[in-house]
Design a protein around this ligand. Structure first.
Ligand code: UDX
Length: 448
């Protein structure tokens, strides 16, 4: 099938390359000429494991190409995916749909023959209706079916998520789109991934409900972690104890410094706004947003407490800046608030991240110094704070760290280590929701 993807950002690129890998003929379109030139040379604008190799393989296989010329690509395409950004609108938190609407107008003017236009970007309920209205108004002769097909890709695992999805949600209003979309996802259907056909508004809401539910789940376990600290219970065991109940499930119950990233913060906020607009308030989600916002800053107070209540003039080493490992994405990362909280209290912060230091320079306080490794961060540090659980921080040489630190304090905000193993090396250790620093329980059990 001939497929056009409008928007060569994270979602568009992953979708495009995976569909090309299924055997479709895909063109990714973007207005950014530099990005397209770079992609044509095999330079990928984002860090996502496996993406670069898959792009190269599909470009050389002749199934994937790039273009800035929407007018030229759309007429020959049976399916056009809209995968442009829907950032939070400045000031009010509503999703900004101006890019989606602009693409709808351009696509409307260019389509030729029956075309399925798919919104892949996360969009508020009713956006598909609006896209259909815009297309009909721009080009009354256009024969188009508008479909909602939300993505559920996790950064760092996006290709795997695309190729092994739990489900594919397809919101359709025009029956002709059903067979076209079945054909698009045929390889996955053959692998038994359920294709779920719903109405368009339902599909749009499924995406927000899924992200809000996951954000709530994380926030719930984070509050339980606080209660564990107050009562002497162990959050990892609580998570395992509840997660083994199939109705709850073990995933997304890993306590930490609060969720960040490009999706949960934006989508929870957007769902709150949708609820308010429809006079159907999303009170649980509103509370989740508030708890998570406060939690990030609260983590700096946890660090300060671990340093004896005062960090003025002290050097705090931060390990990990991105909102989670295996990405260079710094959006809404807890590290931003934690570092600010420490600097506001007079600390000198030195940070290291395997992939995120370039974007971090734009987003975190300019007073932060950067180091080239965890060991360099530790030099003369009064405390180390593990903020993002990159693999390279999971088996650090604790003796080596301790030798170069001023005082051996480790605050582990991802529960990567255990108290007994860290204390053996002479560290003072604190973690999240494990007052005794955790017993022999593997992180993987709780986190996955
Ligand atoms: C998420 C959704 O998982 C995905 O389906 C959606 O399409 C986009 O948003 P992503 O933002 O890439 O994906 O990251 P995810 O792995 O879901 O983590 C989000 C945040 O929650 C991170 O900051 C992570 O550290 C945090 N988190 C996750 C926890 O604190 N505890 C957990 O148990 C899981």
């Amino acid at each position: 099938m001939k497929i056009a993807i409008v928007g060569a950002g994270y979602v568009g690129l992953v979708t495009g390359v995976c569909l090309a890998d299924f055997g479709h003929e895909v063109t990714c379109i973007d207005t950014d000429q530099r990005k397209i030139d770079a992609l044509e040379k095999g330079v990928i604008p984002i860090y996502e494991p496996g993406l670069s190799e898959l792009v190269k393989a599909n470009v050389s296989g002749g199934r994937l190409s790039f273009s800035t010329d929407l007018k030229a690509v759309v007429p020959g395409s049976e399916v056009v995916f809209i995968a442009v950004g829907t950032p939070s609108r400045r000031g009010d938190g509503h999703a900004d749909l101006s890019y989606v609407h602009a693409v709808a107008r351009e696509v409307a003017a260019a389509v030729d023959g029956f075309t399925v236009v798919v919104t892949k970007s996360t969009v508020p309920v009713g956006t598909g209706d609006e896209v259909a209205r815009i297309i009909a108004a721009t080009n009354p002769a256009a024969d188009v079916a508008v479909v909602s097909n939300p993505e559920f890709l996790r950064e760092g695992a996006a290709i795997d998520d695309f190729k092994r999805p739990d489900r594919i949600v397809l919101g359709i209003e025009d029956e002709r789109a059903r067979s076209v979309m079945t054909e698009v996802y045929r390889p996955l259907y053959l692998n038994q991934a359920p294709l779920m056909f719903t109405g368009r508004r339902t599909a749009e809401l499924i995406k927000y409900a899924a992200n809000a539910f996951l954000a709530m789940k994380i926030t719930f376990i984070n509050e339980i972690a606080d209660l564990c600290e107050a009562t002497g219970a162990d959050v990892q065991q609580v998570a395992r104890g509840i997660g083994l109940d199939n109705r709850i499930g073990a995933k997304f119950l890993h306590a930490g410094p609060g969720y960040g990233g490009s999706c949960f913060p934006k989508d929870t906020l957007a769902l709150v706004k949708i609820g308010q607009d429809y006079d159907s308030p999303m009170r649980l989600v509103e509370t989740t947003v508030a708890i998570n916002d406060q939690r990030k800053r609260a983590m700096s107070r946890k660090v300060i407490a671990a340093c004896g209540g005062d960090v003025r003039g002290k050097t705090i080493g931060v390990l990990g800046l991105t909102f989670k490992p295996n990405t260079d994405d710094m959006r809404e990362a807890p590290s931003i608030d934690i570092i600010q909280g420490l600097i506001d209290r007079g600390a000198h912060v030195v940070a290291y991240d395997p992939q995120g230091m370039v974007p971090a320079r734009e987003l975190i306080d300019k007073k932060v110094d950067f180091a080239d490794s965890a060991y360099e961060v530790a030099v003369d540090a009064d405390a180390l704070v593990l903020v993002t659980e990159w693999n390279e921080f999971r088996s650090l040489d604790l003796d080596r760290l301790k030798r170069s630190m001023k005082t051996a304090v480790l605050v582990d905000l991802r529960n990567v280590y255990r108290h007994d193993e860290v204390a053996k090396h002479g560290f003072e250790y604190s973690s999240v929701g494990r007052p005794d620093g955790g017993i022999a329980e593997s992180v993987a059990n709780a986190a996955e």
